[in-house]
Design a protein around this ligand. Structure first.
Ligand code: NGO
Length: 562
């Protein structure tokens, strides 16, 4: 399957930065770019297990790794009951049984096999059947409504692992949990010595929120398909299910639109600081969408309007009120561009772009931006956003926008993305009152583009300095009082004014995106930094094996190089 070969390709690229053997030695976290701040003002019910006795001298070296059932799990499951008397050993004759042979379960089984085969060196055939002792059984007959479409149960016994779910997404998430239980060496591309032990117990798990998102700004700097797919690989390990792509801004337009060729010949030609541009062809975009789907991630495309639209204004003079196309503004100043509202060409443009994106996008949402339109009058803003949102609705999708869109008349189901700037709370309150939904991206917690410390070379700092645990220590349901029922989830935006490579993306995203993932998945009552920090530390060795350029925050006791 295509997704699998892609994943392998990315993993081998990643491993070129890795190290020999188990790949567990420290990788220096390096950064390559620098940036400056814009002028924006600041404003479980889980049970623990005791260490398992090692069963042989060869296993004793792994006993620490399997010491506790949940010690490596991010996000923390809803319920995990250890069975210290049991241990499953994945052996050379193991097979992956797909109980009902359905296509969705088959896809998950093949994906899991693709991950497990290189490090184990085992054949791990995927077969249809009821589950043979010594193997991994996947089944879609969980028959438990409380699990929903994304939940799963995972039982680890001496004689096998069984993952059950109501839908394929749940099986996929169960498989991600199994990866974590197997330990970091399972992420390696080359054969590892094993043994492959899984601590015994039972997990019952399902997400707190249905929208668990990451945003990638591919407009300020363009990132190729392979980089986006690599980020998808990483996000999917943490049960993230939405990828919001910020496809246009002042500095660049990043998707081909039929009938508007200058958006790419002109609008995509550069990036922040005058750097190299780029754009996705429709085939590229479809490839990203398909790759994301194979990882149970839905793409949310964003075209920002009526502000943050400089690249389009530079491409087509007719979109400007004075009929003159300005040069592309490659600075990171905000609020200087606006579509010419009311002009026939503007309406034609907005409808064409939304229509094509709706055609290309299988997911339910089209994001229309709507933030920081400081060069648009209030009445123009209201009419443009209302028209764009209605166009999305007419095209069969649900409109989504930064919470500022609450200044306009919106279709009832429109999703507002709270980012806590200026009147953010007021807008979020308005969204809840009109019966809309909210995705929470408070800049002071989950803006992954903000610096970790004053010394961080990459990143901005208008929303503060975000060391750990800033992205972890908050509750999405209480930021806007009275709006908790409207909250459908959480998203970690990664703006790219200062980021221009995969290494930059990874450095700013990890470990903070893992914090966001647990905020979005795990019940609030089960979350505590003291429990999370050691589980986060356990991700470090896996990231090193995968070659992920994460920030080794001093707030976490990362395992020593081994
Ligand atoms: C703001 C702004 C973006 C910037 C980002 C940088 C929103 C919604 N609009 O967030 O254009 O890139 O901050 O942190």
């Amino acid at each position: 399957m295509r997704a699998h070969s892609r994943r392998s390709a990315h993993r081998s690229v990643a491993r070129s930065a890795s190290v020999a053997g188990l790949g567990l030695a420290m990788l220096a976290a390096c950064t390559t770019s620098s940036g400056s701040a814009p002028s924006r003002p600041t404003q479980a019910t889980t049970s623990s297990s005791s260490p398992r006795p090692s069963q042989s001298s060869t296993r004793s070296s792994s006993s620490a790794r399997v010491a506790s059932f949940t010690s490596a799990l991010v996000p923390l499951p809803v319920s995990a009951v250890a069975d210290p008397a049991s241990t499953f050993t994945l052996g050379p004759d193991a097979q992956i049984d797909v109980h009902d042979g359905s296509a969705g379960a088959q896809q998950v089984a093949l994906d899991l096999a693709q991950t497990l085969r290189p490090p184990t060196g085992f054949a791990l055939p995927v077969v249809t059947g009821a589950g043979r002792p010594g193997g991994i059984a996947l089944s879609l007959d969980a028959d438990d409504h409380s699990l929903g479409d994304e939940g799963y149960t995972l039982v680890v016994a001496d004689d096998g692992v069984t993952i059950k779910a109501n839908a394929a997404a749940g099986l996929f998430y169960g498989a991600q949990t199994l990866r974590e239980l197997l330990g970091p060496a399972i992420e390696a591309q080359g054969a590892q010595p094993g043994p492959w032990l899984v601590p015994g117990g039972k997990i019952t798990d399902y997400p707190r929120y249905s929208y668990r998102g990451a945003m990638l700004d591919v407009a300020r700097h363009f990132f190729p398909v392979s980089t986006v797919e690599r980020y998808i690989d990483e996000l999917s390990m943490y049960k993230i299910n939405m990828l919001h792509l910020h496809l246009s801004d002042d500095q660049g337009w990043r998707i081909a639109i039929d009938g508007w060729p200058k958006l790419t010949t002109v609008g995509s030609s550069t990036a922040v600081g005058g750097g190299t541009g780029g754009f996705y062809t429709k085939a590229d975009y479809t490839e990203i969408v398909t790759y994301a789907q194979a990882h149970f991630i839905t793409v949310v495309p964003e075209i920002d309007m009526p502000g943050h639209v400089g690249a389009a204004l530079s491409s087509y003079a007719s979109l400007n009120c004075d009929g003159v196309a300005p040069p592309i503004n490659v600075t990171i100043d905000v609020g200087q561009s606006s579509l010419c509202v009311g002009k026939a060409d503007t309406n034609t443009f907005v409808r064409a772009v939304i229509g094509e994106l709706a055609q290309l996008t299988p997911g339910p949402y089209i994001h229309i931006g709507g933030d920081e339109a400081q060069s648009t009058s209030a009445s123009d803003y209201g009419s443009l956003i209302a028209m764009a949102a209605q166009t999305v609705e007419n095209d069969g999708k649900t409109p989504m926008g930064w919470a500022d869109i609450e200044q306009a008349q919106l279709p009832p189901g429109t999703v507002a993305q709270y980012w806590s700037y200026q009147n953010g709370v007021g807008y979020a309150d308005d969204a809840a009152k009109r019966g809309g939904k909210l995705v929470m991206s408070p800049a002071e917690h989950v803006y992954l583009d903000q610096k970790y410390t004053l010394d961080t070379t990459l990143g901005l700092q208008w929303a503060g300095i975000h060391e750990l645990p800033d992205a972890y220590d908050w509750d999405p349901s209480v930021l806007v009082s009275g709006a908790s029922a409207a909250v459908i989830g959480v998203e970690g935006p990664l703006w790219s004014e200062t980021l221009s490579s995969l290494a930059d993306i990874e450095y700013m995203a990890w470990p903070r995106m893992a914090e966001v993932a647990e905020v979005a998945w795990t019940p609030q009552a089960s979350r505590a930094w003291a429990s999370f920090a050691p589980r986060l530390a356990a991700q470090g060795p896996a990231w090193k094996v995968l070659g992920v350029n994460f920030y080794a925050s001093p707030k976490v006791a990362w395992p020593a190089a081994g």
